[in-house]
Design a protein around this ligand. Sequence first.
Ligand code: P6P
Length: 340
Amino acid sequence: MNNNHMTLGEFIIDNQKHFKYSSGEFSRLINAIRLAAKAVNHEIRKAGLVDITGASGDINIQGETQQKLDVLANDLFKQTIINREIVCGIASEEEDDFVIVHGKNKANDNKYILLMDPLDGSSNIDVNVSVGTIFSIYRRVSPEGTPVTEEDFLQKGNQQVAAGYIAYGTSTMLVFTTGKGVNGFTLNPAIGTFYLSNPNMKFPDIGKIYSINEGNYVHFPKGVKEYLKYCQEEKENRPYTSRYIGSLVSDFHRNMIKGGIYIYPTSAIGPKGKLRLLYECNPMAFIAEQAGGKASDGYKRILDLKPTELHQRVPFFCGNTQMVEKTEEFMSKYPEDANY
Ligand code: P6P
């Protein structure tokens, strides 16, 4: 990495004037996420060693003190964010309910809430496949100085002030948006600094990759089955290519760079789909739209969906605008409740 690339710290300073809320708070938010990302990255990079040598860090050979990595990631992000005195509440895939964060003074005047999937795809750790962290940030809607409420977490995705992910892949990348486009930063592990490696990320106009777990084909809605057959036809620059890592962050990141669509639909065995609206679909949808892409549940814009519960699942079609619109064309042939 030649050092004429801007660092994340410099980028934050240069861009905090664009953050439509308090600039200092934006900086503290992203700095906290940056610190937690480096800590989680460190744990992930040595995960395979714990069972072999136990020599890594303060974890003994039996791994007795080793927490499951997704719980460890959850605790690292939660503690780092809380210590920064910036949020009044946190929701996480690893927490049954939202966490009320009291500021130093009892009356909590922190203005933001954070929602996260601290380690998405964590089952891939055992087979050395990339995983990711996904985060989403809103301003609270309940009165400042009072404890955060569920209403704060059930805002529509179109109210997000920032969203991003960390991809723990062949390199570690932090990719985020505050509504002014999408920028990607790559960690130089030798010095622990994130550098702006992918400025102003955009989906290519044409996408030719589809990412879906075709093992569930027999359970898919008719519209999805017909779309897959469309992708596999020998005509009009098709067939497309199928690529599915089984890690949302990695599949999304590749599709944003190379052009593609990620689909996790409802199925006869999963009537609501698998992915969570609040801390997986909404943040990825915000990023996708900021990168010129689209995200829907097959019928409606993800960011316009009104959440009803913290861990609710929704079908997810996300990627190149033209590919998402083609899937919606097939899905619209069948009413939502008669798609099997
Ligand atoms: P399946 C990981 O558990 C995850 O939430 C996403 O990261 C990934 O795309 C999907 O589930 C994989 O699910 O059912 O295909 O194994």
